[in-house]
Structures are given as C-alpha cells and as structure tokens.
Design a protein. Structure first.
Length: 515
C-alpha cells in the first residue's frame, strides 16, 4: 500500500462533500473520504458519528442529499445496491443479511441477475471453494446458514461480495461478533485482499485493530471528518481523543468492596445447547453482593447457555439455581426478573429490544408495572416520557426524540438503550453478556464505570466477555469455562493471563486458597 500511496494516483473511492439528513439528525455533514486500491482504511468514530450511513451511501442503500462520488476516477450515481455491485462495491453489514434456510452457495448467488435455473450449483460450489481457499475463508458451501457460527456466517457475507467481483470491500464492524482468534484471521484475509489490489474500508471501535490491520485511518465525529492519518503516525490515545473530543482513560479505578450475602448460586448445573448436546456440565458457582464474577472462555464453551439458564431463557436438565436464596430453577423469564435478575443480552436486536417501539417504551419495558410509571393498568404518559428523557440524558443515548422507533438508532445507541433499562432496573443480580461489544471507546469507558458503580452499590454481576482485558479490569474473580465445565477460578488481582489461557484451552489449574 505504501507504494500505491506514494504514487497516489486515482483513488478507488472518492467521496466529496457527502451530506445525509434524517429527521432530526444530520448523519453526514459534508464528508470527504479517499480510499486507494491496496489499502485497508479504518473508519473510526463514536456511536452515531455517521460511519454506517456513509458506507450505506457508498453501497447504494441510501441516497446522499448532497455530494459526489467518484469510483476509480469516474463520477457515478449509485442509486441502488445493484448499481454499487456493478461498480465493484461490496458491503458486509453490521447486522447480517443471510437467509437462514438456504445453503451457503444459495445465499451467495441469491439476487444475482442470472436466473437460478441457468446456474449450475456444482460449479457455483466449486467457485466458492476456490475463493475460500484463496482468501482463507473456510466454509462448507453446502451447509445451511442456520448451521453456521456467527464467524462462519460472516465469511459467507464476504464470499458473497467477492463472488460478485467486489474490488472495493466495506466491512461494518466485522470483528464485533468475532472471537479474538477469528478477528486475527480476518485481519489476514483483509491483508491478502489488499495485496491483490482491493480497497478495503474497515469500521471498528477497537483501537488495537486499527493499529494491527489498517494502513490509514479516518476519524468521524458528529457527521464530520476530524482527521485522516497514516496509522503508523498515530497512537491509540490520539485516536480516542480525536473521536470523543476529550481524553479517554483506559484505566479504571476498582475500589475494594466488601462482598455481602450470596446473591446467585449455581449448584451442579447441567444444560443442553440448541442442538441438544451438553453445553453445561456440572457448573457450580456463587456470586455475592458487591462482586463481579467474570466468565472467560473461547466462544462456544457454554457461556451463552450459562447466561440463559440464569435468566430463565433455557431450562436446566439437572442442578439448582438460587437467587437471593430463592430457588428459581426452570422458572420463566418473568419469574426470574421478579426474583431480581437484570439481563444485558448478547444479541441486542434479537431479544433485547422491540425494533418498532419508541426509544421511551424500550428503555422502560421492565419498569412499566411499577409506580410512579404505572397507575393501575394505565401508563402515566408524562411520567414515562420524563423517565425516558432522564435515562436518555444519563446514558447519552443519541436519538432525535424519545418517540423515535429504536430500530432507527445506530448500533451502539441500541446497546445503550438496553444498558439504560437493565442497569436502572438493578435489583440485585445483573447478567451482562458482552456489555461493551459495539460501543465506542467513550461509551465503553462509561459502561464499565457504571458496572463498577453497580458493584459498589452492592449488585452482584455475572460478566460474560471475550475481552480478557475487560474481564481483568472489572472482575473480582474470573471463572474459566471449557466445554461446559469450570476449569478453575482465579482472583483478578493475581490473575495470570497465561494460566487463564491454559484453562481456556482445557487444562485444569487448581484454585488458590480462599477463592
Ligand atoms: N434510517 C435512519 N433513519 C433515521 N435516522 C437514522 C437512520 N440511520 C441512521 N440514523 C441516525 O444517523 C446517525 C448516524 O448513524 P450511523 O448508523 O451512521 O452511526 P454509526 O457511526 O454507524 O454508529 P455505531 O458505531 O453506533 O454503529 C445516528 O444519529 C442515527 O440515529
Ligand atoms: Mg454503525
């Protein structure tokens, strides 16, 4: 890329003065962006800064209100995703767009101009295999989408773009849903594509990935470009400051809290996963008031099922679960909520929110039966609005109004809605699954601080995260899960990353005294 850039030449993508307004917001307020063939260009910015909007314009999903787009030097008018595809622009979205009941190969050819009958599926599958091999995107073309992990589904999205001949590839927060290993592999795949002369635009909130993957980085703030820099000439601190407009602390003060009574207790819990196979195999653990217990493990080792059994979303096949000493084993989610459990789910659009309801309703969903919001069976409209406004302010939810349907919010603001609801609902136990996934650095800092505040106020928190740094920063103890079993527990103060890594890979480390 350095070569491509030193010759400069014609950019593969040149966006000039792009403006996009939505009711109540200017998502893009005159953006200029140039991306060259052969480079990986990171696009960085706070939640709601306008990254997805800008890329959706390039991919033909939105029409800009103002501005021009040049592709390989030619002024173009991108009126639909089809126009974008014909110009060699492919996009992998923040929320995948695959058809679950079709196979990988069927999804790849879905929507192609050629009628499907003319296509020879064997040939298509072969071509997909060739592409997989060339870019290191391992996936079985005959598998059904519902059978695939999130990481594999993402590979399908990338293959779909490549199959259509994309030479400009946009990835909207591709690593938000990946394990660290998968993210690393994706980085290699993107590098290979760039070396072949493709232009890659890569949206992320993770500053380490900007450093690891990208050649240049453009930072957006409130719909404007604040800087475009060669990656090697900048630092994580500088990027964070550019993004948020202030210094961001990467270190959190974790005050000592004297743990209180046991809030959550699991006794020898067994449960099956969606495929009917054992996912939890005899998990026992306790969390006390004022304690954060982090669960570490490679994705797919029972973390999801653990969160689900505790929140009443998945039955246990044996064992007991107690909250505040009350047996909630196999209770319904509603009963579990009544027992005092809040939940920040990993899948925020799927189960966290009701997309068509306004922000206000979404952030009070769980509180609506309580005074002062409810008066008999009727909601007190004014009280609801006031409460919602207060939460919107406290959690800095970027929304035109409390009445905006939640589906129109940016990815990170969706997450803030859930957090606002669940953290304020705080009734003793909080189950937080990937609570900062998809959040910008400023919001990540804020959320982590809120979790520590909850802890200081005596909440018990079960924290599930794939981010070891996060687990270490927040947890009092870290429990490592491997194939549904507890491999060991370490206290976060003396946590030894190497020991945790070994346990994540399946070896048992004896717990030190007292934990
Ligand atoms: N279809 C839409 N209708 C109304 N407003 C929208 C729409 N799409 C985006 N917005 C608003 O435009 C602004 C920019 O949103 P965008 O999704 O581009 O942010 P982003 O930088 O991708 O954020 P994130 O990191 O949270 O994904 C936000 O205020 C968002 O609420
Ligand atoms: Mg986005």
């Amino acid at each position: 890329m350095t070569e491509a850039l030193s010759n400069k030449g014609t950019p593969a993508v040149r966006m000039v003065g792009i403006v996009k307004r939505f009711p109540g917001v200017v998502a893009n307020a005159g953006i200029d962006l140039e991306v060259y063939a052969g480079e990986i260009h990171a696009l960085l910015g706070e939640n709601g800064a306008g990254k997805s909007t800008l890329m959706n314009i390039l991919a033909g999903l939105y029409r800009p209100d103002e501005g021009e787009i040049y592709i390989h030097g030619h002024l173009v008018d991108i009126r639909s995703p089809r126009d974008a595809i014909e110009l060699g622009i492919g996009m992998v979205h923040q929320h995948f767009m695959l058809v679950e009941t079709l196979t990988v190969a069927e999804n790849v050819i879905l929507g192609l101009k050629e009628p499907r009958l003319v296509l020879d599926m064997d040939r298509v599958e072969q071509e997909i295999e060739e592409l997989s091999r060339r870019y290191g995107l391992q996936v079985d073309p005959t598998a059904y989408i519902w059978q695939l992990s999130v990481g594999e589904q993402q590979r399908v999205e990338i293959l779909k773009a490549l199959y259509r001949g994309a030479n400009i590839l946009i990835m909207d927060e591709p690593t938000a849903v990946l394990t660290p290993q998968e993210a690393h592999e994706l980085g290699r795949t993107l590098r290979r594509m760039a070396e072949e002369g493709k232009a890659i635009i890569f949206i992320t909130h993770k500053l380490d990935e900007v450093a690891e993957f990208s050649d240049r980085v453009t930072v957006l703030r409130q719909g404007r470009v604040v800087a475009t820099l060669p990656t090697e000439q900048t630092t994580r601190e500088e990027l964070a400051r550019l993004m948020v407009g202030r210094e961001v602390l990467f270190r959190l003060e974790k005050e000592p809290v004297e743990p209180g009574a046991v809030v959550l207790e699991l006794r020898d819990v067994h449960a099956l996963n969606d495929k009917g196979l054992p996912a939890l195999r005899g998990v026992s653990l306790q969390i006390r008031a004022g304690e954060i217990v982090g669960i570490a493990g490679v994705a797919g080792n029972g973390q999801r099922e653990l969160a689900e059994v505790v929140t009443g979303l998945r039955p246990v096949s044996s064992g007991r679960i107690l909250v505040h000493g009350r047996d909630v084993t196999n209770c319904s989610p509603r009963e579990v909520i009544q027992a005092g459990v809040s939940h920040i789910p990993g899948d925020r659009l799927g189960m966290g929110l009701v997309p068509n309801l306004p922000v206000s309703d979404n952030i009070i969903l769980k509180d609506y039966r309580k005074a002062p919001l409810a008066q008999g069976p009727f909601l007190r409209k004014q009280a609801v609005i006031r409460f919602a406004q207060e939460l919107i302010r406290r959690f800095r939810i970027d929304t035109p109004s409390p009445a905006t349907p939640v589906r129109l919010l940016s990815g990170g603001n969706l997450q803030r809605c859930i957090l606002a609801r669940e953290i304020t609902a705080g009734r003793g136990l909080l189950v937080a699954v990937h609570p900062t996934r998809g959040l910008d650095v400023g919001a990540t800092e804020a959320v982590r601080r809120m979790l520590l505040e909850q802890r200081a106020q005596g909440a018990a928190i079960l924290l599930i995260s794939e981010d070891l740094e996060e687990l270490l920063a927040l947890s009092d103890r870290i429990v490592v899960l491997y194939e549904g079993q507890v491999m060991g527990t370490v206290s976060a103060d003396e946590a030894n990353i190497e020991a945790i890594g070994l346990m994540m890979a399946g070896s048992r480390v004896p717990a030190p005294e007292g934990v």
